[in-house]
Design a protein around this ligand. Sequence first.
Ligand SMILES: [Fe+2]
Length: 206
Amino acid sequence: MTARFRVEQLAVGGFDHNFSYLIVGNGGEAALVDPTGDLEVIRAALARESALKPQYILLTHGHRDHREQVTEARTLFPAPVLAHPEADIPGAMPLIDGQHLPLGEGTLEVLFTPGHSADSVCYRLDDDSGLFTGDTLFVGCCGYGDAAVLYRTLTERILPLADSNWVYSGHDYGATPKALLGEEKRHNPFLTCVSPEEFRELLQHL
Ligand SMILES: [Fe+2]
């Protein structure tokens, strides 16, 4: 069976080892996630592809270090910008929790995941091959934020997802640039902790 999507993880540097991502469907339909950092890295990734059909520029949240290159990226990758309705992004189209964005033969599911910020969003590939987590979840860690809200998001929205998803986070903070969600469920202390109190304690030491 042919995979529905290819994912390019782009080490764009930026504020703090940021990642941007290029997702490509079987027919060349493409989405760019969190264009930021070194525009030349993004430009080179796009140049490696032939016959791309830009569909979406997707933001995981409105923090500046995840969207520094949105305006410039749109000249290379002409597509609408989509973000959480509370994200302060001029011209962005508002996402709806649970909506599926068509991409080639599959879809990207939009998951509102507040906690690191009120406007945090994750995107799940519908074949459960990848989850774009922004600063909601890192390999081995998570983003700082409102402890109670983030604990609920991780336990109620992230833990139920399939182990087969690669965690594609917004920063290269882990032992590896990506990891399977199944491994994170077993080893990431922010996912293995058993109570909101334990989670709050861990978060305070970030
Ligand atoms: Fe952030």
